[in-house]
Design a protein around this ligand. Sequence first.
Ligand code: SF4
Length: 147
Amino acid sequence: MGALRARFWELPLAELSREEWESLCDGCGRCCLHKIEDADTGEIADTNVACKLLDTDTARCSDYRHRKAYVPDCLRLTLKIVDQVEWLPETCAYRRRAAGEPLPEWHHLLTGDRDAVHRAGASVAGRVISEREAGPLEHHIVDWDET
Ligand code: SF4
């Protein structure tokens, strides 16, 4: 892994190395939840149903390295699409930096604490159900801004 530059998270996203880009993710797990798109309006509803690879207690992917083999449509957030993914939470470091905003104060790059995201209530750890058990997605619509 290459060296991460001091305070690289204050640089424009386009200037980040691959390692710096990857380390921006706070591990909230919101990427790993199913969404339902209304076929007519294009509106997106959130659910509390997690990808089968997500460890629902920790909000970490249980096989990050091989995830594409098991889940071909796993979202890979890139500079090109970061502005188009409208369901990214307000706290998401990519969304915030794309908008020129600072990281949330509990972000692990600022605090050195990867559990702070959970204490801040920004992660899905312990609040979701695996798709292996959930049944129909329509029964699991939630508003994450109000949970
Ligand atoms: S929403 Fe942002 S911070 Fe959360 S898991 Fe996805 S990329 Fe990482």
